[in-house]
Write a protein that binds this ligand. Sequence first.
Ligand SMILES: Cc1cc2nc3c(=O)[nH]c(=O)nc-3n(C[C@H](O)[C@H](O)[C@H](O)COP(=O)(O)O)c2cc1C
Length: 293
Amino acid sequence: MHDQSLAGQYASWAIEFHKVGTWAKLPGIQNHLRFFACYTVAGHLLACNIQHAQRSNSWLQLKPALLQWNLLLLLHGALLGESRQCFPTGAANASLCAMKFSVSEISELIRHRRTIYPKDYSAREVQREIVERVLTNATWAPTHGLTQPWRFTVFSGAARERLSQFLGETYRAQTPPEKFLQKKFDNVTQRPLQSTVVIGIGMARDPKGKINERDELLAVACAVQNMHLTCAAYGLGAFWATGGPMTGSAMRDFLGLQDGDQAMGLFYIGYPASEWPSGHRRPLETVTTWLSA
Ligand SMILES: Cc1cc2nc3c(=O)[nH]c(=O)nc-3n(C[C@H](O)[C@H](O)[C@H](O)COP(=O)(O)O)c2cc1C
């Protein structure tokens, strides 16, 4: 078979292997197949090009081979972007796949995550791709009955000004004159302008109402934690604000949610202008009871 068509054959096998791996929904097997597919294609293309270079006696021909090798490594990276999560162990235990996350890195990320307020953000814009990743990770939160109740509204550019105006008006409308605080009004209206991206967090009830409201709210909170952790991994500070104007029925309507749904606050994102703050927590023993009998 001609080198090119043989390479094509290998490539289509690789795709089929990959599909089977995906259908199988077995992470260990999937990764076996992905490894196999990537290295089969990479190895074959390299071999084809080496043969071609030998035949034409021009080692310059190896340049595309190396390029292809690099491309395949990139493909490998894309397919196995999560490779550290799951490697086949070969161990004779029940698990097909030992989840090899780096617990120390994950723990570090969890502890590193910090609430950072918009007044402490720099003007550096948060790119849309980053926001998409943050939101995609949100959607991988656990959800009772898979109702996926989270709804997001992303404010950027001039939309932040509309948000700022809405928050100011709502704060004024909801606050009796004797309780009105200019500092609070300024905070509420300035924050959307100090942040290049603000995300409205909503909880939409499942039309069948099969899951209780509390669980739907908890699922959204899990989603927000995913967002916060993803931000921290990008070096982004974030702030989940749930004060009066951010969570009432006015905000629910502003976010285009329905009766029965809930506005769950605003999530501000930004690159910190100064040093990353440190955090602290109570010792575990003050919040844990161990029962073993
Ligand atoms: C559900 C929820 C709502 C919050 N709402 C507010 C808020 O309205 N205003 C505020 O200043 N911080 C708010 N925060 C952020 C907390 O103040 C912050 O998480 C806490 O100070 C601990 O800091 P850390 O996030 O850096 O660990 C909220 C946090 C959560 C989880």
